[in-house]
Each structure stands twice: as structure tokens, then as C-alpha cells.
Design a protein around this ligand. Structure first.
Ligand code: ADP
Ligand code: MG
Length: 348
């Protein structure tokens, strides 16, 4: 278990990289820190590892306060984006390195390195140097080194981001299976929302050093707490349309929709995922009117961009169902999937 209480980190020069982080990560949990570049993910991970000292706040691992402990005394293993494996050492020596630091006898640490290497399909590569390995193999050496020292927690900083797209998907599945087997608490940093959704038991979405929302992938995807989270999550761009309640109805981008409990005068942002809308070719009062301007083939589906008077609206339709460019069309939102925001907060 990892408990973070009121962590802040201000770097010299005044950059506030962490701003009041409160979080408890459960035993054996696969936890993702997700957010745009510069939001403080690496700083938070390095602070947990002991590589950065927090300006205020405390860090506990399994109920022991480790805030003032050295990195080597925290029993966590970090895997970096660039793997940080030693180029002059063999695969076996790289994997066994943390055990050497712990002064484990040579025979024992090489036996352990062999065992872990076999598990990660590196058994035949033990004598090679990192330069003689593929990117995916180097990544597994870094993982093997982390596993070999039996840490209480793994800390991963974008470990898949240097792999090409195909290998990255394979490594993702591999990593998830491995974490399930080992059941070691894992904090995984990524800027890739698809990676976070696919891997994590829970996700924290960060922005400007703060945690904006913490929840399961389903919660974060279905009920994003703010427009920022809504537009950051999802493999197609979220539509966020300004609207207003008048005469008991919600008027948004040319559509008239039920206002629910919202009083007259409410100004809202209406969130609609391209996946949660249908395209009609006949006029619909509950649809956003526009002209088909762009068609993007995504394989099994087509992303249709409608040009409305002062904005673009995007809808995903099954491949083959897309109307021709220039057609008049109405994007009809599925009401129960709608996300209504007022003042940056989810209200419906
Ligand atoms: P992320 O990993 O989410 O991209 P970082 O944690 O690396 O973000 O950085 C968060 C913020 O802190 C950024 O504004 C970055 O420029 C700043 N920062 C990170 N490390 C340092 C440092 N050693 N000194 C000063 N500013 C830093
Ligand atoms: Mg980073």
C-alpha cells in the first residue's frame, strides 16, 4: 500500500510540479498516473521513489513513513522510459545488478537472474550486451531487473513509449499479465489515455500538479469529472458544445433537448462522444444540424465531421454508413450518455 498525504513539490524557480496530492494506492493495485506532458507525473513517481524530496507532505509505504528515507531504503523498483540499463554489462549482469548492490552472493544472484530472464523470454540472451538486443528485449531486461529484487512496489515511468506501435500493444498485454501473476503494487505513468484505460485498475488524471479525478477506467471514461478529463480521455475527440436552458428546454447547437432538473438560465457545456451519437439524414429537433465536411476512415468505423454555423461536430458511424461529403445531416446524441458541465463540474 502507498499513501500520499498533502504532497507538494515546488522546484527552485517556483514551478509547482505537485500541488496537494492526496492518494492511497491499494496493495497489489495497478494504478496509472495519466496526464499531459508537464503535469507532474514523473515528479510524483520520483518523489515516491525518493529521488525527489517533497516540499511538504508525507509518503508511507505499507504504513511505514518513508518520507525521509533514501531511495535504496524504500524497497521500490523503478523502470524508466529509456530503461537505464548498463550498455557495458551483459543481460545477466544487468538483471542481477540490484542484487549485487544488496551484496547477494554471485552464484545466487546469477541463478535469480536466470530464473527471471526465463520468465520474460530472455533466457537465451543472458550473455548479450544491450546493443545486441531489440527495443522490446531491452525493455524486458529493465523489467526483469525490477522484478529480480522482489520490491514492494513497481514504479514505471512511460516504459512502453519507446516501442513502436505494434510492439507496444504486445508489451502492454504482457505487462498486464505479468502484474496479475506477481500481484505487486504498481504505479504506472503514461500520457497515453488508451494505455491507462487498458492497463489500470484505477487511474488518476493529473493537470498542473493536481489530481483532477481518480477512478476506475469505466468511471473515468463514462463520467469524466470535468471538461478537461472529458476531452483528454477517449480515442476520438469529445464534442463539447455550449448551451443554455430557456423555456424549460436545453438549447445546444441548433438542437432542443430535455433540460432535466436544470433551471432556466443555466449555461452548460454539453459533452457528447462521437461514439454515443447517431447520424440522421432527415431533420430532427433533438439533433445537431450540419453539413458533412470530412470523412476519416478508422477501419471498422468512420469519423464524420459536420460543419455547423460556428463549430465542428464529430460522430462515429459504422464503416459503410457514412453519407457523402456535402450532405445535410443531424448528429443525434444518445441522451443517457450525455455529459452536462456547468462551471467545470459535472451536473448531469
Ligand atoms: P510529466 O512527467 O508529467 O511530463 P514532470 O513531472 O516531468 O511532468 O514536470 C512537471 C513540471 O515540473 C514541469 O513544468 C517541469 O518543467 C517541472 N520540472 C520537472 N523537473 C524539474 C527540475 N528538476 N527543476 C525545475 N523544474 C522541473
Ligand atoms: Mg514524465
Amino acid at each position: 500500500m502507498i499513501s500520499l498525504r498533502d504532497l507538494t513539490k515546488t522546484f527552485p524557480g517556483g514551478v509547482r510540479a505537485l500541488d496537494g496530492i492526496d492518494l492511497t494506492i491499494g496493495d497489489g493495485e495497478f494504478f496509472a498516473l495519466l496526464g499531459p506532458s508537464g503535469c507532474g507525473k514523473t515528479t510524483l513517481l520520483r518523489t515516491i521513489a525518493g529521488l525527489e524530496t517533497p516540499t511538504t507532505g508525507t509518503i508511507a509505504i505499507n504504513t511505514t513513513d518513508v518520507t525521509t528515507r533514501q531511495p535504496g531504503e524504500r524497497d521500490v523498483a523503478m523502470v524508466f522510459q529509456d530503461y537505464a540499463i548498463f550498455p557495458h554489462m551483459s543481460v545477466a549482469d544487468n538483471i542481477a545488478y540490484p542484487l549485487r548492490i544488496k551484496k547477494i552472493a554471485k552464484a545466487e544472484r546469477l541463478a535469480k537472474a536466470r530464473e527471471v530472464a526465463t520468465r520474460l523470454s530472455l533466457g537465451d540472451l543472458l550473455e548479450r550486451r544491450p546493443s545486441q538486443l531489440s527495443g522490446g528485449q531491452q525493455q524486458r531486461v529493465a523489467l526483469a531487473r525490477a522484478i529480480a529484487c522482489h520490491p514492494t512496489a513497481f514504479l514505471f515511468d512511460e516504459p512502453l513509449s519507446n516501442l513502436d506501435a505494434r510492439l507496444r500493444l504486445e508489451a502492454r498485454t504482457f505487462l498486464k499479465r505479468l502484474q496479475r501473476e506477481l500481484a505487486v503494487t504498481t504505479v504506472f505513468v503514461t500520457h497515453d489515455q488508451a494505455e491507462a484505460l487498458a492497463l489500470a485498475d484505477r487511474i488518476a488524471v493529473m493537470d498542473h500538479g493536481r489530481m483532477i479525478q481518480v477512478g476506475t477506467p469505466a468511471e473515468i471514461f463514462q463520467r469524466p469529472a470535468t471538461p478537461f478529463v472529458a476531452s483528454f480521455i477517449g480515442s476520438t475527440p469529445m464534442n463539447l458544445l455550449p448551451g443554455k436552458v430557456t423555456g424549460g428546454a436545453l438549447h445546444v447547437a441548433g438542437a432542443v433537448l430535455p433540460a432535466g432538473a436544470l433551471p432556466d438560465g443555466s449555461e452548460i457545456l454539453y459533452g457528447m462522444r462521437p461514439e454515443y451519437a447517431d447520424l440522421a439524414l432527415d431533420e430532427r429537433e433533438d439533433g445537431f444540424p450540419g453539413t458533412v465536411a470530412v470523412l476519416e476512415n478508422l477501419g471498422t468505423a468512420t469519423l464524420v465531421t459536420l460543419e455547423a454555423r460556428d463549430r465542428l461536430i464529430q460522430v462515429l458511424v459504422p464503416e459503410g454508413d457514412e453519407p457523402p461529403i456535402g450532405s445535410r445531416a443531424w448528429a443525434v446524441p444518445r441522451q443517457r450518455r450525455a455529459l452536462l458541465y456547468a462551471d467545470d463540474t459535472l451536473v448531469g
